[in-house]
Design a protein around this ligand. Structure first.
Ligand SMILES: C[S@@+](CC[C@H](N)C(=O)[O-])C[C@H]1O[C@@H](n2cnc3c(N)ncnc32)[C@H](O)[C@@H]1O
Length: 314
């Protein structure tokens, strides 16, 4: 296992992609430490994997890890919202499998200097791709309290959003420790005691800011709009989500695509001639799949993970 990141739901992802032909091309849109890609390359003996990540550190680490697979693996540094263009650049129009394992890697959280974590102190960065876009500190430098409160509510489900936002705007912290203590100090003692039993008081604020800095929901929306149309007939798309915003967006899109067009009632059409849905959700993935007891006991990160699967009709 790689110390860079321990992948979640590997068995379930391999099960989701198993019906795909052995010599298929599969895009791993969130390469990270390359754990899922390695499992796919090992188990689907002749498959080719295109590994995409917006983090140059992931591209470098996984490229070295997967070098022994030779030309069966190639890596692309890009955001997955550009999947259509990434494939077009490679001369590919459709692929047999697409995987996205959303969120951040353990490596990103663990490297203090990346500025994702309230444990330890470092400049407040939080960019998955440190080569583009404003840092979290730059966002906090310019934002007003009302907008920030909305972000904390929408992306962090933070009940104390208004109070925390006002405190942050007053201090405008530039380091992870300063942000964590500003949030902690802004909370009422009761709130701090209640939340502190389960999670660090700044957990929700850090999650909300990270989602905003990396435009995670816009990225996911564009990905969900494009990825199904890039599947070959019979091809499968697997998405691993970690929180309700990601999961709701993925579920809605998959359910919409797996419904046949509605026809006015009473039309004289035989059942066999009724329009079919262009996509299906495989029956064993109807509710998505979550981690097994065995995985939960060894990888706490798997606790909130759910994999959803969509298949293009053959
Ligand atoms: C949970 S980790 C993936 C771990 C990986 N499956 C493994 O086995 O090691 C998520 C990765 O996706 C990348 N990522 C997140 N959002 C992205 C996006 N919109 N475009 C490209 N990469 C993204 C992150 O940089 C991170 O490396």
């Amino acid at each position: 296992m790689s110390a860079y990141h321990v992948p979640v739901l590997v068995e379930e992802v391999c099960e989701a992609l198993a019906p795909i032909a052995e010599a298929a091309t599969i895009v791993d849109c969130t390469l990270g430490g390359g754990g899922h890609s390695e499992a796919i390359l090992s188990r689907l003996g002749a498959a080719h994997v295109i590994g995409v990540d917006r983090d140059p550190a992931a591209i470098q680490f996984a490229s070295e890890r997967l070098a022994s697979f030779g030309d069966r693996f190639c890596a692309v540094h890009a955001p997955f919202s550009g999947l259509r263009a990434i494939l077009a650049d490679l001369g590919i129009t459709e692929v047999a499998g697409i995987l996205a394992d959303l969120g951040v890697s353990s490596h990103q959280l663990d490297r203090r200097e990346r500025g994702f974590s309230f444990l330890g102190d470092a400049p407040l960065d939080m960019r998955m791709d440190p080569t583009v876009g404003p840092t979290a500190a730059e966002v906090l430098e310019a934002i007003d309290a009302r907008t920030l409160a909305r972000l904390l509510r929408d992306f962090g489900d933070e009940p104390d959003a208004q109070r925390i936002a006002s405190a942050i705007v007053e201090v405008r912290p530039t380091t992870t420790a300063a942000l964590a203590s500003t949030v902690e100090n802004a909370m009422s003692a009761r709130q701090r005691r209640q939340i502190g039993k389960r999670i660090h008081p700044a957990t929700r604020t850090f999650q909300a800011l990270r989602i905003h800095v990396n435009r995670e929901l816009e990225e996911l929306d564009r990905f969900l709009a494009d990825a199904p149309g890039l599947l070959l007939p019979g091809g499968r798309l697997a998405v691993i989500t970690f929180h309700s915003l990601e999961d709701r967006a993925t579920k809605r899109r998959f359910v919409r695509l797996s419904k046949a067009a509605d026809l006015p009632q009473g039309l004289p059409i035989a059942a066999a001639d009724m329009p079919k849905a262009p996509y299906t959700i495989p029956p064993s993935f109807r509710q998505g799949k979550t981690a097994s007891e065995a995985e939960l006991s060894t990888n706490p990160r798997s606790r909130s993970a759910r994999v959803r699967v969509l298949e293009r009709a053959a």
